[in-house]
Design a protein around this ligand. Structure first.
Ligand code: GLN
Length: 273
């Protein structure tokens, strides 16, 4: 199998992909966990696995995301199931969760994640704030089912609601979301991996605010006085929405950076009474 592994590494590297993915492809092709692969590296590949490995490689080289091949992704330390049609959770969104955990929330906060996707944000928050009452809305039935499956597998009780935006909830301490936020025009120049993800989870009109803007408007009603709004956005539109929120009377409106140093998050507070 060494020869096959080296071949996979060489082809991945030539395409500008991390060579470490060769282990993942070999694991998928053989059905063997990493440790078993390591021990059997000197043996010939199991029957059929070489052809499977090459087919997986071609798919990967076409830009198909590794996470969809694996059907799993790690988010904020949680193993989450992910599948085609549902957005792959990103490291930027781990930053959003970290910001949420740093907010001065009451002891039993009521939290809403808008647009659950895999359930990443809601589940990570429930894991770290076990006393919280966590809700998540999601309009896509496939994503909703997957989020529920993830909650079940992880034993994290989150109320997933088949609803759009805030779903009419009231009295919340935090509304958090990673809404679709890419400007439509970005689609043409987007990296090819993005083409395999659900465009509804990525793009949001000419400014990328066609979801975030109405979401912020509804969040005002959904939050209690003093409650927080926390959004992940794009460097191209985060300042625009921040300015709009200041004009509408939100307090403490701030733009925060991601780990790559890009303006990425918007934090605001409905004024305390
Ligand atoms: N909340 C989910 C995530 O962060 C899905 C977000 C989306 O589909 N835009 O992964």
């Amino acid at each position: 199998m060494i020869r096959l592994l080296r071949e996979l590494e060489r082809r991945l590297e030539a395409a500008g992909l991390p060579r470490g993915e060769a282990w993942d492809l070999l694991g998928l092709a053989t059905g063997l966990p990493r440790k078993a692969l390591f021990l059997k590296l000197r043996e010939p590949p199991p029957p059929g696995s070489e052809a499977r490995a090459m087919a997986l490689l071609e798919k990967r080289l076409s830009g198909y995301p590794l996470q969809y091949l694996l059907g799993e992704v790690e988010f904020f330390g949680l193993p989450l199931r992910v599948e085609e049609g549902v957005l792959i959770p990103r490291p930027e969104t781990e930053g959003l969760v970290a910001l949420a955990l740093g907010l001065p929330l009451p002891p039993r906060p009521r939290i809403l994640d808008v647009g659950a996707g895999t359930g990443a944000i809601a589940l990570a928050l429930k894991r770290h704030l076990p006393e919280a009452e966590v809700y998540a809305t999601e309009v896509d039935p496939k994503a909703l089912a997957l989020a529920e499956e993830n909650a079940r597998r992880l034993g994290l009780p989150v109320a997933f609601l088949p609803a759009s935006l805030t779903g009419g909830l009231r009295g919340l301490d935090l509304v958090v979301a990673n809404p679709p936020y890419l400007p439509e025009a970005y689609r043409e120049s987007a990296p090819k991996e993005l083409a395999f993800e659900n465009p509804l989870a990525l793009y949001a009109g000419p400014e990328g605010l066609s979801v975030a803007r109405p979401l912020a408007q509804e969040a005002w009603e959904a939050l209690r006085a003093g409650g927080f709004l926390l959004l992940e956005l794009a460097p191209e539109n985060v300042h625009l929405l921040a300015q709009e929120l200041r004009e509408r009377g939100w307090e403490g409106v701030e733009v925060l950076r991601d780990l790559a140093g890009r303006d990425r998050y918007l934090r605001a507070r409905r004024p305390p009474e």
